[in-house]
Design a protein around this ligand. Structure first.
Ligand code: SF4
Ligand code: SF4
Ligand code: FES
Length: 276
């Protein structure tokens, strides 16, 4: 059985979101990753199944040879081989929370490169490595965009520094991390939450860009705003590599400006967190 996406023509408003913001890694044929289905604001895309026979292809996973169906995602291929795929951290072999190609938490090494397994098509002769210490040798990647001065702050910004009335001014430099586990029809950050076309960045690249932004806007705060609803709180946040963005940022700045830096500037991560 194959999973593929079909379009409900009557519901499509030709908004262009699926062709502009989605990096479809399974074109011709569709691999049924579902990224464009979740992203369509008009629910005009559906995942369907057909019963066409499909070929088996040969891949190498963690040094073992294996056969998997063609035209599926790497994540589905791993699951078909018995790997445990989890939506929660530390509960399986591959953690895949957003399944949109945004968070890259599901990244594995594919032919020597880090790639998101949830949206990458499995190919014949592919070499896939999932072993965590091998994956950890690559700098973590994630889609991050919208580097800008922020005038309103987020949930983690102290209320007393937020401008009131007509006192409009920038209070922090912000950026937005992509990928979300929620599917709110009223999402205010649709083009960030569902977009997968940007180049993924390392924490260090984000830290440097944020530093430039902070200087350009003349502010002393940085905010990594996650439009993610990640299942991460307190100790879990600490263990997820992307939460280290702020720490990398501080370490690099401390090296550059000396220990006093930490007393002068502040950095925060905002979560649209959910309690499990
Ligand atoms: S995102 Fe949905 S409504 Fe917009 S063009 Fe694509 S299918 Fe049509
Ligand atoms: S984004 Fe995924 S589900 Fe949508 S057409 Fe591409 S491969 Fe198929
Ligand atoms: S789970 Fe694959 S990119 Fe988020």
């Amino acid at each position: 059985m194959r999973t593929y996406v079909s379009k409900r023509l009557g519901s499509c408003h030709n908004c262009g979101f699926c062709s502009t913001y989605i990096f479809c890694r399974g074109t011709a044929p569709c691999i049924g990753c579902g990224a464009c289905v979740a992203a369509c604001p008009f629910e005009a895309r559906l995942l369907e199944h057909d019963s066409k026979q499909r070929k088996m292809i040969r891949v190498k996973v963690d040094s073992d040879s294996a056969e998997v169906l063609e035209c599926i995602t790497v994540l589905d291929a791993l699951e078909s081989l018995g790997y445990v795929v989890s939506r929660f951290p530390r509960e399986g072999d591959v953690f895949a929370p957003c399944r949109l190609g945004g968070c890259w938490a599901c990244a594995v090494i594919i032919d020597g490169e880090l790639k998101p397994s949830c949206t990458t098509a499995v190919r014949d002769t592919m070499n896939i490595q999932t072993v965590k210490h091998e994956v950890a040798k690559h700098a973590p990647l994630r889609l991050v965009s919208g580097f800008q001065g922020h005038s309103v702050g987020g949930v983690g910004t102290p209320y007393w520094i937020k401008p009131r009335g007509w006192n409009y001014r920038y209070i922090e430099a912000a950026c937005f991390a992509h990928g979300c586990i929620l599917r709110c029809p009223t999402c205010q950050n649709w083009e960030i939450t569902y977009s997968s076309v940007e180049e993924p960045l390392t924490p260090s690249q984000v830290a440097r860009t944020m530093t430039r932004q902070r200087r350009a806007y003349g502010v002393d705060r940085t905010a990594n705003l996650r439009t993610t609803g990640y299942p991460e709180f307190a100790d879990v946040i600490k263990k997820y590599p992307w939460a280290e963005t702020s720490e990398v940022f501080f370490d690099e700045c401390e090296e550059q400006f000396g220990a006093k830096f930490k007393q002068l500037y502040s950095s925060k991560i905002d979560y649209n967190g959910i309690i499990l």
